[in-house]
Design a protein around this ligand. Sequence first.
Ligand SMILES: [Zn+2]
Length: 156
Amino acid sequence: MAKILVFNNDTDRMETYYRGEAEPMPYNTNATLKVREFRGSSKSNILWTTKRCMQSWNSQRYIFGGPIPVGFAFKRPWEGGHGNQSQHYAGVAFDVGQTLTQTARTRLWNSANNSGVWSYVEPISLTPTWVHFDKRFRQASLCHRRIPYIKKRKFK
Ligand SMILES: [Zn+2]
């Protein structure tokens, strides 16, 4: 049983869930992302993510139109990773497609890159055997704060 903290971007509140490893993540639709898949090899008793990230997964899974094998998502800093491991520590990044053929993985990369649901998709040259995409929390919240300011300036 994992304790899962989910930042709800709509209410600005942290929510707490308790889920078994074979159960879907909170806000996941059609059980396409199990707790154990999100956890990967992390040994942490507590996992965390955001509602927006889970919704992005749902959209990406729908757009791709088939199962997306998840190698890693959540990681603590000392549990290893690559250049963008901080996003994994924030619980908003996925390393996926490790078990796909190269052709299928390229199709997945293109799907992620074109879907428009992710803040960042790591270039294919840096991730030859997996696909990294993430939903950067800071950028997203910055965007929301900047919109009214930009609108105001436009009509000056
Ligand atoms: Zn990654």
